[in-house]
Design a binder for this molecule. Structure first.
Ligand SMILES: N[C@@H](CCC(=O)N[C@@H](CSC=O)C(=O)NCC(=O)O)C(=O)O
Length: 325
């Protein structure tokens, strides 16, 4: 930190170079700066804070680290901390974004801050694929699987990254602020698919799951066929391990006592194209006895205007469950 004049300082470690009045520096900001990991080695990677902003009393922090799960590439993520995290560790929501996204779309467009502050939950937002690899196929399209084909299996391990590596890093670096023993997961489109698959495969790690316009039966939709072929090869049985509808079918019983919450706009072009297939998931849940709250929202499309309209409902849904035990 460099002193510039008596009333301002420059947060030199941030690439965003935020200028703030001294009076505006809260205890929380000081605490998070004090805790900022500086090139510390974590699971073979180096964690570095690259920006910090404040929104609706939340700290909006961005980090980068070298990721072993993603083949040693540099991975960025956001961590949103509510004011309650100043004094205690708070429950955590993991948000997974969709095709063409980075870790930035949600933080800029979903408007989660007021609800996160009110309910006292942290939100962890990973990127959606490894970066800096010399191929365009999987960039921004990691599909939250661990690739098995030789071409992609070194780098494209978003399932392991989101279920093991990043949570372990958060446990190691943010234990005072984030309590990952109280964790839920949600996401959008490809990220809704990822959230559901990760929750259904790890019900002991997540207390609840929700999604906006998720891809619900990827083995039967064009996006799923394209990316599962690329990452997992031609064995369609292997694809089913990453398909929410197939996972509910194979469970054959309730997996989460809390209803799975899904919001879906009825003017969503990808719904019309058959990319999302909510009816297939609905039928599988009904047969398995898995409670599902599937809301069709009249007039809404697939984008972040839709997400930002209902994000507070999803945060409240998870917070009620996370704060009740
Ligand atoms: N061009 C892509 C789809 C691009 C797109 O609409 N991405 C959505 C998620 S779609 C499913 O995962 C998105 O969230 N975009 C970012 C945003 O900020 O809106 C294609 O058709 O393949």
């Amino acid at each position: 930190m460099r002193q510039n004049n008596p009333s301002t300082f420059r947060h030199t470690s941030c690439r965003s170079l935020c200028w703030k009045s001294r009076a505006a520096v809260t205890r929380s900001e000081k605490r998070h700066r004090r805790r900022r990991p500086r090139g510390k080695t974590v699971m073979g990677g180096s964690v570095e804070q690259i920006s910090a902003s404040k929104c609706f009393e939340c700290q909006v922090l961005r980090f980068q680290h070298t990721s072993p799960a993603l083949g040693g590439t540099l991975a960025k993520f956001h961590l949103i901390l509510p004011p309650k995290a100043e004094s205690q560790s708070v429950p955590c929501l993991i948000w997974l974004s969709g095709l063409s996204c980075t870790d930035e779309n949600f933080v800029f467009k979903a408007a989660p801050y007021k609800a996160a502050a009110e309910h006292g939950v942290a939100i962890l937002v990973p990127d959606v694929s490894p970066r800096g690899i010399d191929d365009e196929f999987g960039s921004s399209a990691g599909f939250y699987v661990d690739a098995t084909v030789p071409e992609y299996k070194t780098n494209y391990n978003m399932y392991t990254y989101c279920t093991e590596e990043l949570p372990n890093l958060i446990k190691s670096e943010f234990a005072d602020s984030v309590d990952l023993s109280r964790c839920s997961i949600f996401g959008h489109s490809m990220g809704g698919h990822g959230a559901l698959v990760i929750a259904l495969k790890n019900p002991s790690k997540f207390r609840s799951v929700s999604a906006f316009a998720p891809i619900l039966n990827p083995v039967n939709c064009p996006w799923g066929v394209k990316y599962f072929s690329g990452f997992l090869g031609s064995d369609h049985e292997a694809w089913k391990a990453y398909d929410a509808t197939e996972l509910i079918r194979s469970a054959g019983k309730l997996v989460f006592a809390a209803p799975i919450l899904v919001d879906q706009g009825d003017k969503d072009g990808f719904l019309e194209q058959g990319q999302l297939l909510p009816s297939n998931f609905e039928h599988a849940c009904a047969e398995a006895g898995q409670p599902l709250l599937l809301n069709y929202r009249p007039g809404y499309d697939h984008g972040y205007f839709f997400i930002s309209t209902f994000i507070a409902d999803h945060i409240a849904h998870h917070a009620n469950i996370l704060n009740s035990a």
